[in-house]
Design a protein. Structure first.
Ligand code: ADP
Ligand code: MG
Length: 265
């Protein structure tokens, strides 16, 4: 959670634009995320938060502006002063620096927890089984699920499945973790255990961009909160300032609506 401001930013978005046909979804996003920083992205449904996350790890190509992750232009290679689009293999390689956790946990249902965790390291990184298993077990321990290594996803609660999904992303030793509403699909009583794992990860120094409606988490864990509306960054600042003392009218209206929601949806 301590940002090293003199280092190259982990994420640098300059005037990033994205269209889906005639629908302009990102209208020039400028955002820097420093190494070790935790940024929460908030905003109404449809404002472009998921699309922006997907642009960070090149699940979507951008239509304008530039995006760098860890100093490298996402999806392109600079040779001389010309940009060349990366091959599929090169994109996969850069993407392995970035871990992503979705609202739906997306675990492989026919694999045990341990098999889920070692799949990508074995296939993508060609790791030896013993190495992959050792790291997987240590990460399962970190998320409090050592005893579930041989369980299948369907035998776990939603909160446990999401913790497995986080451990699975960490098995690739990412430099950056993206979370897209990781607790939105969970029963209210299971939200806390997932947020706790995310908080521990933040404390350990991981750089994180988190789309969330959990305002307490944003206020307590994020270094910075970014409010997006209609494809723009409308307001950003230290988490506490934005959440407790928003300046923009749209931020005020959004926070009022989110904070008014009953805890159990
Ligand atoms: P948020 O995550 O803030 O709710 P999204 O990034 O999911 O917003 O969506 C922003 C807009 O982009 C919406 O209007 C949505 O319908 C549109 N959109 C998102 N993904 C696609 C897609 N793959 N094809 C077409 N339109 C999309
Ligand atoms: Mg979304």
């Amino acid at each position: 959670m301590t940002a090293m401001n003199n280092a190259e930013p982990m994420v640098k978005a300059n005037a990033v634009c994205k269209d889906f046909g005639s629908n302009q979804v990102l209208k020039g996003i400028d955002l820097h995320v420093q190494q070790g920083e935790v940024v929460c992205l908030i905003g109404p449904s449809g404002s472009g938060k998921s699309t922006f996350l997907r642009c960070i790890n090149h699940l979507e190509a951008i239509d304008g502006g530039r995006m760098w992750v860890n100093g490298k232009i996402v999806g392109y290679e600079l040779k001389g002063n010309r940009l060349y689009e990366q091959s599929h293999n090169e994109i996969c390689h850069s993407r392995s620096d970035v871990g992503m956790v979705f609202q739906q946990f997306n675990l492989f249902p026919h694999m045990t927890v341990l098999q889920n965790l070692i799949e990508a390291p074995r296939l993508v990184r060609k790791e030896r089984k013993a190495t992959a298993v050792a790291r997987a077990k240590s990460l399962l321990d970190k998320v409090g699920l050592s005893e579930k290594a041989d369980a299948y996803p369907r035998q776990l609660s939603g909160g446990q499945q999401q913790r497995v999904a986080i451990a699975r992303a960490l098995c690739m030793e990412p430099k950056l973790m993206l979370f897209d509403e990781p607790t939105s699909a969970l029963d209210p009583e299971l939200v806390g255990e997932v947020l706790k794992v995310m908080k521990d990860l933040a404390t350990s120094g991981m750089t994180m961009v988190v789309v969330t409606h959990e305002m307490n988490f944003a206020r307590d864990v994020a270094d910075r909160v970014v409010f997006m509306d209609d494809g723009y960054v409308v307001e950003e600042g230290p988490a506490r300032d934005v959440i407790t003392n928003p300046q923009n009218e749209r931020t005020k209206a959004f926070l009022a609506s989110v904070l008014a929601e009953p805890a159990a949806a």
